[in-house]
Design a protein. Structure first.
Length: 209
């Protein structure tokens, strides 16, 4: 099973002013498993966004809150797209609907000569929610790709070895998580740098044991 694929390129870096130049390798790697996970997440976000957008303008009925102002609808749509990180991936169109009812003025029975008034109710209604095929396809092509940087040369660290090393990077991050959750490193009531450094070393040793 393919774990990852990619390529490496070299570049020269330096500090502002052109001093202290060094070379480093950029490893551009794609993980099929990570791409599949991201594609599943994208589909989930799109589906949830479509459901929330459709619920913004429900049919008229008792207890169904209607949006009467177009600016309010636009703001609500933008909020949903931003919340689910699908801005630019969904196209939403709506229309203004006007409902008119005629009522007699005052009490009593209606007649031909009796004064009437027109009551008008306006609402904005979402008519279509369409997925943008091209932006989604462009985004899908970038799924699973990551860029890593190392100053180790090709002989010291090949692309395959570098990928395997970075795939184990989560273990280092988990170490810091254990320091915060089990070692309670957060409340450091010390002031001097050597105290902070010493206490960190001690807690790190405890976690390793």
């Amino acid at each position: 099973m393919l774990a990852a694929e990619g390529y490496a390129l070299e570049r020269t870096c330096c500090v502002p002013g052109g001093e202290g130049a060094w070379s480093e390798r950029v490893l551009v790697v794609r993980s099929p498993m990570h791409a599949t996970q991201q594609a599943t997440g994208l589909e989930t976000r799109l589906h949830h966004a479509e459901t929330k957008l459709a619920a913004l303008t429900p049919p008229r009925g008792r207890g169904k809150r209607q949006i009467t102002d177009e600016a309010t609808l636009v703001e609500a749509i933008d909020l949903v797209l931003t919340e689910h990180r699908v801005d630019g991936l969904l196209s939403v169109t709506w229309e203004k609907q006007v409902e008119q009812t005629i009522q007699y003025v005052g009490r009593g029975r209606g007649s031909v000569s009796r004064e009437k008034r027109v009551i008008q109710k306006t609402r904005s209604h979402i008519t279509h929610i369409v997925r943008q095929t091209d932006p989604i396809a462009t985004l899908s092509q970038r799924l699973g790709w990551k860029a890593f940087v190392t100053n180790a040369g090709q002989k010291r660290l090949s692309l395959q070895d570098a990928v395997l090393c970075y795939r184990n990077a989560y273990r280092v991050e988990r170490l810091f998580n254990r320091l915060k959750s089990r070692g309670h490193i957060a409340p450091l009531f010390v002031k001097r740098n050597e105290q902070i450094e010493g206490l960190t070393y001690l807690l790190t040793l405890g976690v390793r044991v």
